[in-house]
Design a protein around this ligand. Sequence first.
Ligand code: LMR
Length: 394
Amino acid sequence: MFAALKAQAPDKILALMGEFKADTRQGKIDLGVGVYKDPTGLTPVMRAVKKAEQRIWEAETTKAYTALAGEPAFLNAMSGMVLADGIAADRTAMLSTVGGTGAIRQALELARMGNPDVTIHISDPTWPNHLSIMKFMGVPFVEYRYFDNATRGVDFDGMIEDLGRAKKGDLILLHGCCHNPTGANLTLDQWGAVADLLERTGAVPLIDLAYQGFGDGLEEDAAGTRLIVSRAPEAMVAASCSKNFGIYRERTGVLLTQVENPAARDVTQGTMAFLNRQTYSFPPDHGARIVQTILDDAELKADWMAELEAVRQGMLALREQLASELRDLTGTDRFDFIARHRGMFSRLGATPEQVARMKDEAAIYMVGDSRLNIAGLNDQTVPVLARAIVDAGV
Ligand code: LMR
């Protein structure tokens, strides 16, 4: 049986993690995988998470199963964080998932069950795992233009033109904020135009919200998602707690599905729980409990928000510093887009050869499409990167 297996192409982000680990050079710089690092290179456990874990440890009396769709208190806390007052409770089904990736996977399964002829529209470029999951599942997908390599901003006209092809019942995968891998994001007006397009086409949005709080702020980063959900009759949101709560390995996420009318809610909710049962049965609970404990406690929530805000401000400062170093080195403002991008990532627009050169000559690791993780930098390494970018001829 197993002799027939074929080697799978390695995930390029995870392969890069391995390559970085194996590199023995002093001063190597990891701008690869999307994990936040503080200026010392540590991915810290957030203060509120530690406190919540302590409370849970003291109060927890059982490890018996929780609900198949996840703990209702967690789902309510997360839907509040993502959608605020915009949630139509009688039209929304909620599912606790194995991280944001689990939410994406269940969303695609649900879409396919609802419409076996669904086509998924995805941004070009997108997070490589979106592509990989869709290929693995065998769901048809088409790409829409997103990134303008000349301006390093959003090619919004191209995006709207391409999405105009979407049919009723298709799924449009959107990044709620902090677009991965480019860092180029839609303005609120542009989100409004996407809502118009959804209305025109009858396509259903699936919003991947993995970086809420890393861009312009916790509320600001959800504004586009809330606008879409308030206007689209049907919508899905896959939200991750990995980054904003820093609980990557706890695998915590939710899928929120808004249906057209309350009558469809129970069947949708049941189908989502069924999907959990078919894949891993009950979802993991520890991370969900941490998140719920924080969000439902004013003091913990305030502390978590303050730490998240410091993380966000730190990344913005690094963006400003890098753009400024590059302005000085090149005598031009052509890298100012780095300061305009938001979230963890920026796509530099370097060629694969230039990316390889930065790795070989300066031990700087970024994903081959020239996505760099801003949080992998500190004020000492920014000038090193700026120099390498110029030396590589970007
Ligand atoms: C990334 O894009 O680097 C992160 O979302 C981590 C991952 O799983 O790829």
